[in-house]
Design a protein around this ligand. Structure first.
Ligand code: DGJ
Length: 707
């Protein structure tokens, strides 16, 4: 039973390696109820969990409120001064006083249980339900909040939940920052006393940050130490605020929407938040990442058991100049080296010769495809390839037939400019007519062309986002747009069960556990330089598994960085995720094509392990020094080893593996030699790529099999 009642007011969520204890405390003087977390850490028995509910709370002065940061959802109300997780106004009064109205454990089937705690305001007809869900076999706990109004109520903040990080001698945060072509850069440092907010106010997940934070006890390493992680499964604007109190203690509140927006509930209406996820791990950042990956595969991804195909994407090779002849030429070469899925990117529709025009006009480019796309896609399929197409359903060019017909379909505000970014606006996916239109043409396209794959792009954040006809409720577009995107994706998948979708937003602007419920892969960055990608992949891997991380081998000098890197190294970096090719194959020499074919064949042999295995970030700062990443699935172990700076005398020669069975023998595929797991973990291998004398950008793939 993952949700174990401890007494009338306390419950323990007991996962394989952790326990989360929560309860409702009622102030005997005021009757006010505060659901609180009393414990989150190593696994406890129910008896021990019961004991932790009796540990007295520390004393604090009258300038602070005991237990506020331990609350599951600290509201704006009473004597709280922290960043509120729920803020609501009834007319002019903006404060909540909650009473306990009941609790229930629901059996959701398959061993999954959900606890609902129900609270109600002491005066206004306003109900708050805090839900906690535990799936068997994972340490990730899901939480969300539902509010229901019996009279008009204006919500200005509604987080999914607040997580208390137990007392530690020191706190450190980890998160990612980034920009276009520089996403998921891992940052780690002392958690400052005060509030630290990671956020997106862009209407999309964004490049600048990603909706998660991990807090550790100050000294966790890749393989050791306690780590508490909080993430949000949402692809619109969001906020994750970590609060480190001067008197000690820290908490993290995660939620959608953003400050300044208002969601007014009419009598009878409810608002449900997305899910926030909490994970405790005592095995350092590596174990935390593996738990996130496993959770993604077990409870988030639509097709986690599939091998992701080796893809070719035409974007860097052709940009907007998509022609049948050139695409078929590329497809022919791609098929000959082992590519399985051919994806045609931007430039196939409307009058799209550059980014100034045509988003919204989703018919074949009249100049370049006067007879349509069918023949080109038949040609692709005749080569034995699956077929995919780039779309940007939320994009709207002012220079388009669609905009001329429906200017009101764009997100916009009355009496305000409609500023373009990348020469485009955003279609309002909160509107039923827009969603019906989008589903209509997407469904037709997938059906008529027999598409196996869509790359769903989104190339500009929201600005001046409103929906004037909706008057006072127009702020809702910030949330309903995202839900609208999810709905169209879900409907498309339902209609076309074989369809796979890639999430892209100008690179990695839409990577999160919300979109991953509806998509099979994400495009982490437009930067395809292999060394920069190593850094991107490192940050990406903190939460998201390699099996969703699309990575292409492109041409050199790289289009973004102008750096030249060996083909093998570029391959080995792309092989650490879902391998794709994005170079102009018509320019590759026959030696390069031969090497590519060999590396693709090697990847296919190990891809199950890379895409679905347990991932260990073994050594070194990726992209900057000797580094390696290991994957293990069943009896197979795959290690990708990198040396960007060949002649450096410094740096390790030996590479110690991890997570092996110490007593078992492992056979090296390269030479048949056999080594005990203990030897490989304690003494290690000596990879050729790590020898000090040699070229820059050497790499290798080491494959071992447990006997
Ligand atoms: C941004 C994407 O990240 C690129 O891969 C490419 O699809 C372009 N958009 C096309 O406009």
């Amino acid at each position: 039973m993952p949700v174990t009642p401890l007494d009338d007011h306390h419950w323990a969520v007991i996962t394989p390696a952790s326990t989360y204890v929560l309860g409702v405390e009622i102030d005997p003087r005021t009757g006010e109820a505060a659901p609180r977390q009393t414990y989150w850490g190593p696994r406890l028995t129910p008896e021990a969990a019961r004991q932790v509910t009796t540990v007295p709370r520390r004393h604090v002065s009258s300038f602070s409120t005991p237990g506020e940061i331990e609350e599951l959802l600290p509201v704006d109300g009473g004597t709280r001064w922290g960043s509120p997780s729920l803020q609501v106004a009834f007319g002019h009064a903006r404060s909540l006083e909650l009473r306990f109205a009941g609790a229930r454990v629901h059996d959701e089937g398959g061993g999954t249980e959900r606890l609902d705690l129900v609270l109600a305001d002491a005066h206004h007809p306003f109900e708050v339900v805090l839900s906690v869900r535990a799936h068997p076999g994972t340490d990730v706990i899901e939480r969300w909040t539902t509010v229901r109004a019996g009279a008009e109520a204006a919500i200005t903040r509604l987080d999914s939940g607040n997580w208390f990080i137990p007392d530690a001698a020191a706190y450190r945060y980890s998160g990612v920052f980034g920009a276009w072509a520089e996403e998921t850069q891992l940052q780690r440092g002392p958690l400052p006393v005060g509030e630290l907010t990671f956020t997106s106010r862009q209407g999309i997940t964004g490049h600048m940050s990603n909706p998660w934070v991990m807090i550790d006890e100050g000294a966790a390493t890749e393989e050791h130490g306690e780590v508490w992680g909080v993430a949000l499964a949402w692809s619109g604007s969001w906020r994750v605020t970590s609060t480190h109190r001067p008197e000690g203690g820290a908490c993290v509140s995660a939620g959608f929407g953003h400050d300044g927006l208002r969601w007014t509930l009419s009598p009878g209406e409810e608002l449900v938040t997305p899910v926030t996820l909490g994970l405790y791990s005592s095995g350092g950042f590596g174990a935390a990442s593996r738990a996130w990956h496993e959770y993604a595969r077990a409870h988030v991804l639509p097709t986690p058991a599939e091998d992701r195909p080796v893809l070719y994407n035409s974007w860097e090779a052709t940009t907007f100049a998509v022609t049948e002849e050139h695409q078929l030429e590329l497809a022919k070469t791609a098929a000959s080296i082992g590519v399985e899925l051919f994806v045609i990117d931007d430039g196939w529709f409307g009058a799209r010769d550059d980014d100034t025009t045509s988003l919204g006009d989703w018919f074949p480019h009249r100049g370049r495809f006067p007879e349509g796309l069918r023949r080109m896609f038949d040609g692709i399929r005749d080569l034995g390839l699956r077929a995919g197409l780039w779309v940007e359903p939320e994009g709207l060019s002012k220079e388009s037939e669609l905009y001329r017909a429906h200017p009101d379909w764009a997100l916009h505000m009355e009496h305000r400019r409609r500023d373009e970014k990348r020469r485009q606006l955003v279609l309002n996916f909160a509107r039923d007519d827009v969603r019906a239109w989008a589903f209509g043409w997407l469904d037709r396209l997938v059906t008529e062309l027999g598409l196996d794959y869509l790359k769903w792009d989104m190339n500009r954040p929201f600005t001046q986002a409103g929906w004037p006809e909706r008057g006072a409720t127009q702020d809702r577009v910030w949330i309903e747009h995202t839900r609208g995107v999810y709905r169209v994706m879900a409907e498309l998948r339902e209609r076309h069960p074989g369809l796979r979708i890639e999430s892209c937003a100008g690179g990695g602007g839409r990577t999160d556990f919300g979109i991953l419920r509806h998509t099979d892969e994400v495009w982490p960055s437009d930067n395809t330089d292999a060394r920069d990608r190593q850094t991107v992949h490192h940050g990406f891997s903190q939460l998201y598994p390699a099996g969703v991380m699309s990575a292409w081998v492109t041409d050199v000098p790289n289009a973004t960085t102008r750096r030249t890197i060996s083909l093998r190294y570029r391959f080995h970096v792309a092989m650490s995720g879902v391998l794709g090719i994005g170079g102009d194959l018509s320019e590759w020499t026959s030696a390069e094509l031969e090497e590519a074919a060999d590396l693709i064949a090697q990847y296919k042999r190990v891809r199950a392990t890379v895409q679905r295995g347990r991932q260990y970030r073994l050594a070194g700062v990726p992209g900057q020094e000797r580094s390696a990443v290991q994957y293990a699935l069943g009896d197979e172990v795959v290690v990708l080893v990198y040396n960007p700076i060949g002649n450096a005398g410094r740096g390790p020669r030996r590479l110690r593996l991890t997570g092996l069975d110490a007593e078992a023998l492992y056979e090296l595929a390269a030479d048949g030699s056999r080594w005990y797991g203990a030897t490989l973990m304690a003494s290690g291998l000596r990879p050729a790529a790590w020898e000090p004398i040699g070229d820059d950008h050497r790499s290798e793939m080491v494959v071992l099999r447990k006997l």
